[in-house]
Design a protein around this ligand. Structure first.
Ligand SMILES: [Zn+2]
Length: 276
C-alpha cells in the first residue's frame, strides 16, 4: 500500500455542487469574491457558477479546497491504513438535477453504506455522489495533479456517523465529512457510469428528481484504492467549511468520450452556460 499526504496549494472552485442542504456557517467570517484568477483559464472564460455570484461569507481558513497535488512534495505515511468501503446498493434512492450537476442520493439513516479506515478514525456514512465536468475534455476536475486537469472528477460524500447524527450537523463541524475523489479520463466505455447516463434523460430539467435504485457506487472506484492522497480541506462551495477529510485516488477510472459529452452536453439541459 502506498499512501501520501498531499502538499497543498489552495485553488478556488466555482463548479462544486452545493454540499450543504440547509443552513450556513455561524462563524464570524470575512467576505470575499471567488478569486477566478486562481482557477484555470478556462474557468475565467466561463460564466460564473451561480454559487459564486456576488460576495461570499467564508471561513477564511488556510485549509481551502480544492488543491493542486504536487506529487514530489507529497509525503509517504506508513501509518495510513487501507480504505474500507461497504456500500449497500439497496440504500440508493434517487437521482436529481440541481441545475448545474446531478446527484445520486443514498439513504443515510443507518450505517448500511459506510467508509472507514484510511486516514479516518471514525465511521462515515455515504449520503450522495456527484461529478464535476468541464466544457471540454481538457478540463473539468476540481483537484489537479502537478497542475494537470482531468476531464471530470467524481466525489463520494460521506459524513461522520460516529460523532454526529445528521449530515447537516456534520458538515459544519471539524472531522464532519470524508469525500473520496476519483479522476475520470477519456478511454474505454465504463459500464457502471452507463447506468447513470441511461438515467439522465429522466432528469433533463432543473430540479427534477426520479427514483434510482440498486446502484453500487463501488463500481465507480478504481481497481486500486490503496493508493491515494489525503489532506484536511474544505467544502469547495459556500460555506467552504473546513470540515472535509479528502481522499483523492491516485488511479483514475476511464469513461468513453461519448459518455462524457453525452452526459454534459446532450442530457443535462441545465440552465447555465457551462455546457454549450
Ligand atoms: Zn464535489
Amino acid at each position: 500500500m502506498v499512501t501520501f499526504s498531499a502538499a497543498v496549494r489552495p485553488l478556488i472552485s466555482h463548479l462544486h455542487r452545493q454540499l450543504v442542504r440547509h443552513g450556513r456557517s455561524h462563524r464570524i467570517t470575512p467576505v470575499r469574491r471567488c478569486n477566478l484568477t486562481a482557477c484555470s483559464s478556462k474557468y475565467v472564460l466561463s460564466q460564473m457558477h451561480p454559487m459564486w455570484q456576488g460576495p461570499l461569507a467564508v471561513p477564511g481558513g488556510d485549509r481551502q479546497s480544492p488543491i493542486d497535488i504536487v506529487v514530489r512534495k507529497s509525503v509517504f505515511d506508513s501509518k495510513l491504513k487501507p480504505l474500507e468501503t461497504e456500500y449497500d446498493p439497496q440504500t440508493c434512492q434517487q437521482i436529481w438535477n440541481n441545475g448545474y450537476s446531478f446527484l445520486v442520493e443514498y439513504d443515510d439513516t443507518t450505517d448500511k453504506s459506510t467508509l472507514k479506515g484510511g486516514p479516518l478514525q471514525d465511521k462515515f456514512r455515504l449520503c450522495q455522489f456527484h461529478f464535476h465536468w468541464g466544457e471540454s475534455n481538457a478540463w473539468g476536475s476540481e483537484h489537479t495533479v502537478d497542475r494537470r486537469l482531468f476531464p471530470a472528477e467524481l466525489h463520494l460524500v460521506h459524513w461522520n456517523s460516529d460523532k454526529y447524527s445528521l449530515f447537516e450537523e456534520a458538515v459544519m463541524e471539524d472531522n464532519g465529512l470524508a469525500v473520496i475523489g476519483v479522476f475520470l479520463k477519456v478511454g474505454k466505455r465504463h459500464e457502471g457510469l452507463q447506468k447513470l447516463v441511461d438515467a439522465l434523460p429522466a432528469i433533463r430539467h432543473k430540479d427534477s428528481i426520479v427514483e434510482f435504485t440498486r446502484f453500487d457506487p463501488g463500481c465507480l472506484l478504481p481497481a486500486n484504492t490503496d493508493d491515494y492522497w489525503t489532506y484536511h480541506g474544505s467544502l469547495t462551495t459556500p460555506p467552504l467549511t473546513e470540515s472535509v477529510t479528502w481522499i483523492v485516488m491516485k488511479q483514475h477510472i476511464e469513461v468513453s468520450h461519448d459518455q462524457v459529452r453525452y452526459t454534459v452536453c446532450s442530457t443535462l439541459k441545465v440552465d447555465h452556460k457551462f455546457c454549450l
